[in-house]
Write a protein that binds this ligand. Sequence first.
Ligand SMILES: C[S@@+](CC[C@H](N)C(=O)[O-])C[C@H]1O[C@@H](n2cnc3c(N)ncnc32)[C@H](O)[C@@H]1O
Length: 191
Amino acid sequence: MSPLAYTALIDPLLKGAHRAVVEHVPVRARVLDACCGPGALSRRLAGDGREVLGVDLDTSLIAFARERARRRSIQGLSYEEGDVTALKQADGSFDVCVITMGLHALPRAVRRAAIAELRRVGRRVVIVDYAVPLPRNPAGGLARAIEWRAGGEHFAGFRDYVRRGGLDDLVDGDGSGRQRLALGVLELVVL
Ligand SMILES: C[S@@+](CC[C@H](N)C(=O)[O-])C[C@H]1O[C@@H](n2cnc3c(N)ncnc32)[C@H](O)[C@@H]1O
């Protein structure tokens, strides 16, 4: 999916979840938005004195997010290409790391490594991803359809994520502030 299509079709569906994430990020915090995609959450986090770095593996998404931030003259927001499983940043570089809709797309072998990296560079980690099991309602059906349409390795990652119990398989029950969002389709957890 192109950055523009993602922004037009997916960003509106994630608006409430992104708002919930921002509530867990103090003003003036140094924040890492991992797997930032086209940058909707990082743009939302910027402001209130926060210093935000968006990181994504996909250079075209980074270029898109950077251009949007430049055009809107958003202060305190920067982007760089990077792998969430091997971040360049030093231990404790951020007050908060956020990752929304990033974990389910990763191969299982590196999901825990990604969380470990976020815990290494950040004091707090806020995760939003699919709630498992997904609800059997139209919102759950839409989520399945979006993932199926993404296809390839992304869909394989999603199927494996669901089969293994989603965040339950990854956070060992040590998360707090756990809440369902988006008609029960998404779940937020704070580590
Ligand atoms: C479904 S998008 C989520 C985008 C955004 N966080 C949001 O809430 O809309 C998943 C993103 O993860 C990125 N990604 C996948 N593997 C990655 C990795 N190993 N390191 C960094 N980003 C990765 C993809 O390029 C994609 O932009």
